[in-house]
Structure formats: structure tokens, C-alpha cells
Design a binder for this molecule. Structure first.
Ligand SMILES: *[C@@H]1O[C@H](CO)[C@@H](O)[C@H](O)[C@H]1NC(C)=O
Ligand SMILES: *[C@@H]1O[C@H](CO)[C@@H](O)[C@H](O)[C@H]1NC(C)=O
Length: 585
């Protein structure tokens, strides 16, 4: 059965037909304008929430292959449907910024971020248009995620938010023409394609209202939906196109726990926007699985970093973390509550149970000299053995998102203690930025931990001599992976904490981080991942700029210096690639 078109309102269908010719004109005009005139973005204050035109300007072109023509080997009766009740009145997430003024300093900082974005975007346009990534040193294009213009799709909503509307329409027109069947790959990474491409298209639609973007998202959703066609309806890590067509897919036996479990926001938003419950039904079954298994791991209450989804067992793996492999599993629990209007209590329940275990076992406070602030936290890893728990006091850039997660959950579910923990985690990552000569935090580093997170432990020089790395700042025991690859998680948490607490010093912290990142990563064309944040001289550039630099890192920097009603956390919930989805009212 073809996917029914009835979900496109008649009005938008007519609008699409009417505007086909018009939008071609607009497109050509935009190209001319861009080619000959626009070297800089307009300097007038952008007002991204009022779109410049009410008419559809983007034309949809269908892909060569229609995945709804492939029948499911393991079809389901839809058992989960979206809530029809009015959303619960939600607690206010953001701080009451009643006397906010957008002062000269914030304007200057906001504009500096916008210019940094625009420079990278222009280089992408010039050197890597429609490619997945720009190589920011050599100026080549790279294919890293199927060849479906990952950077372009990921950057759409940032273009909109920054008020770069001409470029938004140029990019959106290209995005609406992407052919998911045109790839040299034989499979797609389900998680990455969902958070980057599907998430990017959905938020670009949520912001602009361009129907073609929702059509393109639905087409991709139909392709990714095929990944759920396994005997137990849990998706594998890869969507192998041929296996999917032949109906021979299986869930993975040792997959990252975050991968099948953090598709929920994107699939839910797709159901909300199209009215087709099948996407939400698919991810709800993964949530059922999480609920069933929460207490049967080696550290009951949380899930390990690798899961046997085929046997539906979480009992084999001993490693637990909030960082790499597991991160967004946890991030999506409170965010799903927000997106579903608080109508399904299970997300809150799982979040509370898990966070109690996290506070008890995974957080640690570093031992630091008296001159350092001590009230900071990091989230580390643990290995659970039958009779003991091994703690690994390592900080990862990836786990810096936890500050924002604790704070957001604390606000949504009225747990003030968690807002405070979130702030300490966010400030921990900010401290780690300052602790390195470049002013940037590495991928992975270790500290010497205190016994308790509740009180300061006194500095022990002997212990540090023994366990520390004397080449690094006092308190640090290693910088095991000293790259910085333009990741967003630290500024993400600083941004969320700023919006939740209103504390102005967080903006100064953000500015310091931004200046340090720019200083150490800038290339002639754009910004690049660097090899080593511990150097004092020039940094070695790794010629890589992943799409999250434009989708997330620069978006969070821009938003923290913007008036707080721009993408208010009371109106939007952001997916793990920083794509804002509108919350139901
Ligand atoms: C397929 O994609 C490539 C870019 O990745 C593009 O150059 C080519 O024109 C596309 N082919 C079709 C048939 O759309
Ligand atoms: C897991 O255990 C916690 C308490 O230890 C309990 O509150 C919760 O209901 C349990 N979850 C399930 C799904 O049984």
C-alpha cells in the first residue's frame, strides 16, 4: 500500500501545485543574488519567528524508490497511538526573564557567532555543496553519511534561526530534492540518519512551515521505518537496503544502547505532524523494551552501554556510562515527556529511577587545589561486577550533555535537587575547558576523584604526585584522547542552564569557550577538528568538520547570546542533534 497522501492538507497540496513555477523563479533569483551580491548576511536584527513569506517556496521531488511499496515481513497491528487528550499544563522550564534587555555586549557576541557560522556555510556552499561534509583544510567534499548532503540538512534550522532566510530557501530547495535511493552505500546508519536528516527536516518544517520539507521527512521516515521490520520489532544498527527488501533483518546482538532507543523524538514528531501513528508505534515498542528491562541489568535502574536487542537481554554487559554508546538513551526520556505533553508517566518514572542510580554511582567530584572552584561534578563510567563496582573517574566531552539533561528533567518534573546537580555538571565541563592551555576540553580526560560528591575533599599533593599527570594542570590525571572535534555538549549544557537559571555569568563562560574554540580551530575556510588541546602553540588541524558544528555547536552559541524567547525551551524540545521540535500546547 502506498503511503496515503491524505495527511497533506488540501490547502498545502494546492499551494504546492500553484507554487511550483513560482518557486523555480524564486530559486533562480536567489541563486543570482547569492552569486553576485551577498558576501555578508544582512546586519539587521533577524526575526526568525516571522517568516518572510506565507507562500510555499520549496518544491518537493520524490525519490526514485518508494519504500512504502515494500511489504513488511513482520507487520504489526498498531497498538500505540498518540495521546488525544490536551497536553498537561507543563511546569515552566525557562527562568522568568522579565527584565531582559538585549544589551550591546550580547548583540556583539551574537553577531560574532553568526559571522562564524556564515563563513563556514559559505565555504561549504562553494567547495562541498550537496556533499555530506566540507573538509575545512583541503576544501574537498566528503561522503560520510550516505551522500545525502548531511551538512546542508543539518544546518537548515540554524540558517532559519539566524535569520539567513535566502540561504535557508536555497538549502531547503536542495533538501526537498534529495533522492534517498541515490547512494553508493548499501546500508544506512539508522541512528545517525534519524537524528541528523530526519531531525533536521522536521525542525526545518516546524520553523518554516514549508510542506515540501515534511514530505521529504516522511519519505525518509518510511525508509527508516523499514529498520523495525525484525521478528521482535526492535531495529538493527544498520538499515541494509537489500536485507530490508528481502525481509531478512534482525535486531543486533551487541549494539550501542543509545542507537535504537533514541529515535523516539523524531518518529514521534513525524507521527504528530503527519497523523500517521505507525512511526510512534514503532518507537513505543522500544520504550516498552526499556521499561521491561530497566531493573534487570547488572546495575538495576540503568541500562548498559551495549545491549543484546535480539535476545532482549541487558544482563550480559558490565559497562555503564552516560557517555559514548549510551548517552541519548537517557537524554530522550525527559524530552519525550515534554514532546508528549506529559501525558504518559512512564518516561518520568524511568528517568527518576535511572537518575537515582546515576547520582549514586556515576557522578564524581574531582579533588582540586584550594584555588579552584570545587563544587563541580563529572559523569564517569562504572563496571558492575557481581560483588563490587569499579568506578572509572573519566570525563568525556560526550557526557557533558548530562548537565542539561539533569536541569531539564529537574524543571519538567519539579526536582530542584536535579537542577542543582545539572548546574554542577555544566560548570564541571566549563572548568575542564579552562583547565587546558587551548581553553578547550579534550574528548576524554581523567581526574583524581573525591570519595563523596557532597563535600569538598582536601587537596592531597602526595596522592596527586602518584595518580596525576604532572604535565597537566593540578587535578588532572590524564588526557587520554586529547582531540577536540568541534563537539557541542559543553555549550549545550551551559545554554540550557542559562535558560533555566538566568545566571548571567554562564554567558561569560560561553563567550570564553567560543573565543577559545575559534582561536584553536579556525582554518582559512572554516573550522576544523584539532589533534591536541594540550599544546601551547599552534594546533594541528585534522581536516574534519562534522555536520554538528553547524547544526549544534554554533546554534547553541548563537542562542545563548540571543534574547531568551528565541527557541524558548517552553515552546520547543531539541533532539540530540539540536533540532528544535515544537511542543504541543
Ligand atoms: C546522485 O547524487 C549525486 C551527489 O551525491 C549527484 O551528483 C547526482 O546527480 C545524483 N543523481 C541523481 C540521479 O539524482
Ligand atoms: C525498578 O525498581 C524501582 C525501585 O528500585 C521501582 O520503583 C520501579 O518501579 C522498578 N521498575 C519496574 C519497571 O519494575
Amino acid at each position: 500500500m502506498r503511503y496515503p497522501m491524505r495527511f497533506w492538507s488540501r490547502r498545502s497540496l494546492r499551494r504546492i501545485a500553484f507554487d511550483r513555477r513560482l518557486s523555480r523563479l524564486v530559486f533562480v533569483a536567489a541563486v543570482f543574488l547569492l552569486a553576485f551580491l551577498r558576501l555578508r548576511p544582512s546586519t539587521s536584527t533577524p526575526n526568525p519567528l516571522s517568516p518572510p513569506s506565507k507562500h510555499a517556496r520549496v518544491t518537493f521531488r520524490p525519490s526514485a524508490f518508494d519504500w512504502t511499496t515494500v511489504s513488511q515481513r513482520h507487520p504489526v497491528k498498531l497498538v500505540h497511538s498518540l495521546p488525544t487528550d490536551a497536553p498537561k499544563p507543563s511546569r515552566q522550564v525557562q527562568h522568568q526573564f522579565s527584565d531582559y534587555t538585549h544589551d550591546a555586549t550580547s548583540k556583539k557576541r551574537q553577531e560574532a557567532v553568526r559571522m562564524a557560522f556564515f563563513r563556514c556555510w559559505n565555504s561549504y556552499k562553494k567547495h562541498a555543496w550537496l556533499r555530506d561534509e566540507l573538509a575545512p583544510v583541503s576544501g574537498e567534499g566528503k561522503t560520510t553519511f550516505g551522500g545525502w548532503a548531511a551538512t546542508l540538512v543539518d544546518a537548515l534550522d540554524t540558517l532559519w534561526i539566524m535569520g539567513l532566510h535566502d540561504d535557508f530557501y536555497l538549502a531547503a530547495s536542495a533538501a526537498a530534492q534529495i533522492d534517498w535511493a541515490n547512494t553508493t552505500e548499501t546500508s544506512a546508519n539508522v541512528f545517525e540518519t534519524t537524528i541528523r536528516h530526519l531531525g533536521g527536516l522536521l525542525s526545518a518544517y516546524d520553523l518554516s512551515g514549508e510542506a515540501a520539507l515534511l514530505q521529504k521527512a516522511t519519505e525518509l521516515g518510511n525508509m527508516l521505518y523499514m529498520a523495525f521490520d525484525t521478528p521482535n520489532r526492535l531495529p538493527g544498527f544498520w538499515l541494509d537496503f537489500e536485507d530490508a527488501k528481502q525481509g531478512r533483518q534482525l535486531a543486533g546482538t551487541s549494539d550501542p544502547s543509545a542507537s535504537p532507543t533514541s529515535l523516539s523524538l523524531e518518529f514521534t514528531r513525524l507521527s504528530q505532524l503527519t497523523g500517521d501513528a505507525k512511526f510512534y508505534d514503532a518507537v513505543s515498542r522500544v520504550t516498552d523494551f526499556l521499561e521491561r528491562t530497566q531493573n534487570s541489568s547488572k546495575l538495576p535502574g540503568i541500562w548498559p552501554k551495549l545491549i543484546n536487542f535480539r535476545e532482549e537481554s541487558v544482563a550480559e554487559e558490565s559497562g555503564f556510562t552516560l557517555g559514548a554508546l549510551a548517552d541519548s538513551l537517557y537524554e530522550y526520556l525527559p524530552k519525550m515527556d515534554a514532546l508528549l505533553g506529559g501525558l504518559y508517566p512512564r518516561y518520568e518514572k524511568m528517568h527518576r529511577v535511572a537518575m537515582d542510580v546515576v547520582v549514586e554511582n556515576l557522578l564524581y567530584r574531582p579533588m582540586l587545589p584550594d584555588t579552584d572552584p570545587s563544587d563541580i561534578l563529572f559523569a564517569g563510567d562504572v563496571y558492575a561486577h557481581p560483588k563490587s563496582i569499579d568506578r572509572n573517574p573519566e570525563g568525556q566531552h560526550l557526557s557533558c550533555f548530562t548537565g542539561g539533561m539533569f536541569a531539564l528533567g529537574g524543571r519538567l518534573f519539579d526536582i530542584p535537587k536535579h537542577v542543582a546537580i545539572g548546574e554542577r555538571l555544566a560548570r564541571g565541563c566549563a572548568w575542564a575547558y579552562d583547565a587546558f592551555p587551548t581553553g578547550v576540553m579534550p574528548e576524554i580526560f581523567g581526574v583524581v576523584p573525591c570519595d563523596s560528591i557532597d563535600k569538598r575533599c582536601s587537596w592531597d599533593e602526595k596522592l596527586w604526585d602518584k595518580e596525576g599527570d604532572l604535565r597537566l594542570r593540578k587535578g588532572l590525571s590524564n588526557a587520554r584522547d586529547c582531540r577536540y572535534i568541534l563537539r557541542p555538549e559543553a555549550i549545550e549544557s551551559i545554554f540550557i542552564l542559562y535558560r533555566i537559571t538566568g545566571k548571567e555569568d554562564l554567558r561569560d563562560i560561553a563567550w570564553r569557550m567560543f573565543e577559545s574554540i575559534m582561536r584553536s580551530t579556525e582554518t582559512e575556510l572554516a573550522n576544523s577538528a584539532i589533534a591536541d588541546v594540550t599544546v601551547t602553540g599552534p594546533t594541528k588541524k585534522l581536516d574534519s568538520m562534522e555536520s554538528f558544528w553547524l547544526a549544534e555547536t554554533l546554534k547553541y552559541f548563537y542562542l545563548i547570546f540571543s534574547p531568551p524567547d528565541l527557541i524558548s525551551l517552553d515552546d520547543y524540545v531539541l533532539n540530540t542533534e539540536a533540532h528544535p521540535f515544537r511542543r504541543p500546547k
